[in-house]
Design a protein around this ligand. Structure first.
Ligand SMILES: NC(=O)c1ccc[n+]([C@@H]2O[C@H](COP(=O)([O-])OP(=O)(O)OC[C@H]3O[C@@H](n4cnc5c(N)ncnc54)[C@H](OP(=O)(O)O)[C@@H]3O)[C@@H](O)[C@H]2O)c1
Length: 316
């Protein structure tokens, strides 16, 4: 399991309950201390992959500070970051615009310099943040060549996916060649009990040798005990007997569902508190079996509805 810093690096995020979990305390020092405590707990539990992005506020800075203050050598951890979104919220929860997407060569040049300035030799993996068919990034020869050059310098290249067409984008990405060589080493995608549509494409990517990192395993907090929304009640009725039988929590069960997939290399926890992280990590102890998989087969949403619900989550 890895730890993502989307909820730790900035005051506002779309995860359910984010503001409550931060105690509405957005002091930079307090947020850095919180990130450090969650990173310490993750490290102590054996987590060695950490995921950031230029747009996660001060996530790269917090991670770099933690790596340096705890004396973690580059070869002791794997660090991924992303380029393509610029953070524009100005450390506010209610910003007109939280991030601006631009997959241009100019953004890549600026953000790789910023990421390297913070993470230095710790930066192992650089991902296009939310590549989509519409963004055109997979057809931009200048961007692809620049990424290939980074790869020659020893940084693995990845892309993250979002939206109902994750599979199409991944299939397109797997055909990208620069000077005859495949460009991508890894893909980060959403797969969870509610949204499994990218599974065949992710399995193919894994079989082709790409690393597969799964994000949003808890559907941004919807697959947790705190989700009391009436429209989730039917799913809850299916999840609860399984949770009781396996003596686990809903979040651990949802993460265990990901860990059970043979084509997954890393699943991210997006916890913003040490308690949530610890609860998430109990997924490693869940005794997943075929009966569990069958019982949860129909806990699934139509992909268009899933992504529509996600797009309506409030920044908090
Ligand atoms: N496009 C992209 O590239 C992209 C997009 C999204 C995410 N990511 C990466 O994936 C990482 C993980 O994904 P994620 O944070 O989006 O989503 P997630 O894992 O689906 O959801 C995390 C949410 O579940 C809540 N939670 C966890 N355990 C809980 C518990 N025991 N009880 C109640 N609530 C609990 C968390 O609360 P707290 O956080 O408040 O503890 C948070 O709201 C991110 O940090 C980021 O690195 C990448």
């Amino acid at each position: 399991m890895g730890l993502g810093l989307a909820a730790l690096g900035r005051p506002g995020y779309i995860n359910i309950g984010h503001a409550d979990d931060l105690g509405h305390d957005y002091d930079v020092g307090a947020m850095q201390a919180r990130a450090g405590a969650v990173l310490d707990a993750a490290w102590a539990a054996g987590v060695r992959y950490f995921d950031a992005a230029r747009s996660y506020g001060r996530a790269e800075e917090f991670l770099a500070g933690w790596l340096s203050s705890r004396g973690k050598a580059p070869d002791a951890v794997t660090v991924g970051s992303k380029w393509g979104y610029t953070y524009t919220a100005g450390w506010r929860v209610s910003a007109a615009q939280h991030e601006v997407k631009q997959h241009s060569l100019a953004t890549l040049e600026r953000q790789i310099a910023e990421s390297r300035e913070r993470l230095g030799a710790h930066l192992d993996l650089y991902q296009i943040h939310s590549a989509t068919m519409e963004s055109g990034v997979l057809e931009d020869p200048d961007v692809l060549e620049r990424l290939a050059r980074l790869r020659q310098q020893g940084v693995a290249i990845g892309l993250s996916l979002s939206g109902p067409r994750q599979a199409d984008t991944l299939q397109r990405a797997m055909h990208v060649r620069v000077d005859g060589a495949p460009l991508f080493d890894a893909v980060q995608a959403t797969w969870n009990l509610l949204e499994r549509s990218a599974e065949p494409a992710l399995r193919a990517a894994h079989d082709a040798g790409l690393g597969v990192i799964i994000k949003e395993a808890l559907a941004n907090g919807r697959l947790t005990d705190r989700n009391r929304a009436p429209e989730f009640a039917a799913h809850r009725r299916q999840l609860e007997p399984v949770v009781r039988r396996l003596s686990c929590t809903i979040d651990a069960l949802a993460l265990a569902a990901v860990l059970a997939q043979p084509w997954v290399d890393v699943v991210l926890s997006g916890a913003a508190t040490v308690d949530h992280l610890r609860s998430n990590l109990t997924a490693l102890d869940v005794r997943w079996d075929a009966a569990t998989a069958r019982a949860l087969e129909s806990v699934v949403e139509d992909p268009a509805n899933y992504w529509d619900t996600r797009s309506r989550l409030e920044w908090n």
